[in-house]
Each structure stands twice: as C-alpha cells, then as structure tokens.
Design a protein around this ligand. Sequence first.
Ligand code: ARG
Length: 474
Amino acid sequence: MMSEDQASNRMWGGRFASGPDAVMEAINASIGFDKKLYAQDIRGSLAHAAMLAKTGIISADDEKNIAHGLNTILSEIETGSFTFSTRLEDIHMNVEARLAELIGPAAGRLHTARSRNDQVALDFRLWVKEELQRVDAALGRLLEAFVARAEEHAASVMPGFTHLQSAQPVTFGHHLMAYVEMFGRDRSRVRDAIERLDESPIGAAALAGTGFPVDRHMTAKALGFREPTRNSIDTVSDRDFALEFLSLSAICAVHLSRLAEEIVIWSTPQFGFVRLSDSFSTGSSIMPQKKNPDAAELIRAKTGRINGDLIALLTVMKGLPLAYSKDMQEDKEAVFDAAETLDLMLAAMTGMIGDLVVNKDAMKRAAGAGFSTATDLADWLVREAGLPFREAHHATGRAVALAEERKCGLEKLPLEDLQAINPSITDGVYSVLSVANSVRSRTSYGGTAPSEVRRQIRAWKKRLKRDASPAKNR
Ligand code: ARG
C-alpha cells in the first residue's frame, strides 16, 4: 500500500519531491524578491521598537536588545553572511526569526501592536519613496543635459514634422525643448506621487488599528513621513502609491521611447541629422559600414516591460475586497522590475543626449526641402496683400505646384511667375521664403523663433536650479 506521502507525491508531480508542503512553500514565499526590502524592514522595526519603549509598551531593556539585534542583522545581510530561508516565507519573518536566535524571547515583543500587513505596507512605501527620489534626481540630470544641448542649438534649423512629413522649419533647440517640457511633467508627477505617499502606515496593525497606546505620530516622524495614514483599513489595502509609481514610470518610458525612435530615425544615413558616439552604438558583425543605435532601440523596447508591469499590478488590484489579501504580495516584482528598467533607461538616454554629434548642415538642407516655407508665403499674402487666409492658401498651393513642376524651391520661382498667380506679390516676398527668416518670424509665445526658444531656456534654467534640492516631504 502506498503511504499518504507517496500519494501526494504522485498528485503534485516529480518537481515537488517532498509533497504538497513544498508546492505551498513555493507559491507562498516572497523572500526571493522581498529581501530587497531588508533595509526598510529593519529601519521600520527600529522605529517601531523605539516607539513601543517610549510609550511603555515594552521595557527600555528589551528595546535595547531588540535594536542591537536588528543592527547586527543589518550588517549580516550587508556583508552577505545572513542565510535567507524560503521556509520563513518573507523578509519580515526571516528577520524576526534571526532576531530570536540572537536575543532570545525579547524578540517576540517586537511584533506587539503591529502586523505583517502594516509592516509590509511600510517597507514598500519607504522603498518606493526612495526610488521616486532617485528618479527625481535622474530626471534632473536628463533635463540639464537637454537644456545644455538646446542652448547650443537654439538657432540651428531643422525640418519640423507632422505625419513624419516635412511641415515647417523649426529649430533643433525648440525640438529638444519639447522633450524638456515632457520630462518636466514627468518630474512633477514624481513629486506629486511623493507628496501623496508621504504617510506612515505603521500602527494600522492587521486592519483595525490596535488597543495598545501606540504613538503613530512618533513613528511617522522617525521614518521621515509627513504624518500617519488616517484609516487603518485603507492603510493595509492600499497600493495606489505603487500604481502611481508604475503609471508615472510608464508615461516617462513612453516619452523616452518616442525620443529613442527619433534618434533611430535621425541617425540613419538617409537622414544623417545626428551621429551617435561609439559608447552608445554598436557595429555589425557582418556589415562593416554599419553603426547601430542599440541603446536607443533598447530604450524603445524596454518601454514594453514597464507598461506590462503597470498592467500586471492594475490587474492584481482590481476586484480585491478590503482589506489585505495575499494577492498583494504580487505588487513587488512589478515595481522592482519597472524601477530597475527606468533607472537604466534614464541613465542611457542622459548619456546619449550629451554625446550626440549634431550635423547642422544636413538638418539645414532638409529644413529647406519639401516647400517647408509654403505657410510663410500664405501668411505673407494675408499680411501684405490683405488676402483672406483661405484664398492665400489656394494661391500658395498653385505656387507649390509650379515649383514642383520646375523641380525647384519656392524661393527660386521668378517674380513674374508668382505675379501670374497673384498680381499683388512683390519681391518683398523672397524675404519670408528663406528658412532662417521663416523660423525667426515665429515669435509667438512658445514658438520656434530662436529669441523665443532662448527665453524658454532661460526660464527652464531658473526652474531647474529651484528644483535642484531633492524632492522630499514638505
Ligand atoms: N509577504 C507578505 C506580502 O508581501 C507580507 C504580508 C503578509 N500578511 C499576511 N497577512 N499574510 O504581502
């Protein structure tokens, strides 16, 4: 007859030789990834123990031993001598079990007036907050790199595109400053997210709060939070802060990806607007002439991972009843993956932007192609000849058709031919048909005129200086 153990072996399959317990352990344990939270876990426990002693919930002696034990564990983990155990499920129980080995029964007093539910909410918030501060600083470096390049190219002309067709000439500085606006918004989302998550969960306990006379304001302050959370049920069931981190990361990654795509296009021999430095490109193993924009391509691709991470956690959270459910343990890997990916993308893009070799001549040549100053001709007819814009648009269309037929630029059409299209055209029109004049004339607020671009750069420099102090709680 088969023993019960053997029966279970057969049911669960060969991989789990020791029966259903091993399967449970494998699905239940999070230590494989949540050991990343060790520093936050120990910091949280130190603050909690200090508060328990201050309020008389545990003795000063016990607190001293607990603190000493926790600090020993911290250095064991940091020097690599700590043994993590899957049987102990997660970082919280791994630390607590080791604490008991080190200091004996007093270790059991640390978990008074708390639960793993508020403990994990605390650890994870602390981690996400620190990551947001890293992203804030990385965005600051990226913005500085952009503003410097934009200043250099405030008057360098390039074609502006819509539908990826030449539309109107713009300056390269103006185009770069478009990304400054985008990454500036990303940075303000980071700061908003920090502001909103800046509340301490510890003391919410399992979900209902605790009967012990805890001081949640004390722990909040000790851990650098603005204040404690206000509703214990919400506190242990909320992962908005993780979702916000993922959604702002996804938006930022999408911005990085659009820029990466432009770099890929600009660096083709067909465009030739920019050349990537050797440090951010690779050669081909078979085609000696090639220089591939790998870093840009990988930035474009890694956006997929981050978008996936966001969808993964949104899907975990949807339909969860209040308060804590074990589903929420699945929050961490998505956030860790997105964080690692975004940090790398931001660093690579900052390096690439700083290194980019810009071919001003190629941009200038392209800026004049494709009748890019046609709108300037139409505007001139409105301004100087008093035509309604629709009529001017029509006349300009005829001029473009003629230039196309002659295979020349608008500025090369003889005056008689232009006058045959509209008799009020004078040779003053040629001044607006050049790319440089077209660009210089767009002085509306936020427009592409070098004077306006420089004004925006000045304003951004001030703003970056003001924002240079790290994002933190106010
Ligand atoms: N490892 C768990 C997590 O990441 C910690 C919280 C466990 N709480 C519980 N009631 N089982 O969510």
